[in-house]
Design a protein. Sequence first.
Length: 397
Amino acid sequence: MTDVGRQRKHNEDNVLVKSELGLYVVADGMGGHNAGNIASALATKSLDNFFEATRAGNLPGPVPADEQALDPEARRVVAAIRKANHDVFVISNTYSQHQGMGSTVVAAYVSRDTDQIHVGHVGDSRCYRIRHGEIEQLTKDHSLINDALALKPDLSQDELARLPKNIITRALGMKDAVKVDIRSERIEPGDAFLLCSDGLSGMISEQQMLDVFEGTQDPHEACEMLIALANEAGGTDNISALIIRVLPDTVDEPQPDPVEIEEPRPHPIAELAPGGAARAPAAVIDLELAASSEDERRAPQQVHALAEGGALGQAQGAAAALRAAAVPFTDRRSRAAAGSGRYAAVATATRAPAKEGPPSRPAKRPTEVRVARCVHCRHELFIGNRFCVECGAPIKP
């Protein structure tokens, strides 16, 4: 499930669910309308094409030295994300209207053969695992704060407070090559995995997420409640969530009928072949995600019929109101968020909770951080960004 939030006009998140491939993806685009949404849609389409073309497990080209120790299934996820990065980078540097666009991505491949989940990510879109009543973040944000802590773990709270909070240091499309973090874990019956954009994780806490999973076993209802909580907290960004549940083999749980998504309208971007390579300049693929004014209908800004009983009760009440006012899944915006093709019953939502900083330690010496401000919106930026993370305006050298 994905939602535009309460302060943005366009949804630049994109979600891909391909249960037949075991592939689940959340991408959070950057670069403004008609750029960020194109970047996230292109990233998910590239991953889809790559997994379709490598169903047999044979990967193109030699294995890079830094991937030789990986499990073959994990290597496939890394190769797919690297290919998606290349595709976004090429389009960004080919079309002036998409210059400087980028996207974060978190992709999970669930292997039925090995009972493992392989999670690859770039940026600050996250994956959480809920197991035995506990929640664990499986990914680590590629952010300025985390990179600073990796270089200098003893940074004080005062020094961390001076660092910009929303600067990511890795994203698809920033360079022709990207380092992909990968983590492989064995799955167990009863596990649930939440993939989300920072529109969710940045607005609600891990405890609120856990309360939702303890309150319902239905992934669709859980996604509605998570998005409702994020919107009640302010909804400052697009919100996307995708939930994968591992069912016991003995449980034959009914699944909703798949939803047929219409083929998208043409857009002037070279279509990717099944292996991910561009076919010909004349070929086009629909990555236009701009919604019509009618599609921009949103749930009410204030939900009055909230259930009592704390955050979980509020989420249940807000989710009920959200369902009553929601745009049908067949509208253009919902199709764009889900991608194209046939999708099984797996729900989706967006952004993970903000991390708490480490305990305060004595400061050794002040850390100098060079920052600048966007000339358009005056948002504070880390020097080196190619576009403003707030308004999407390109940053000229």
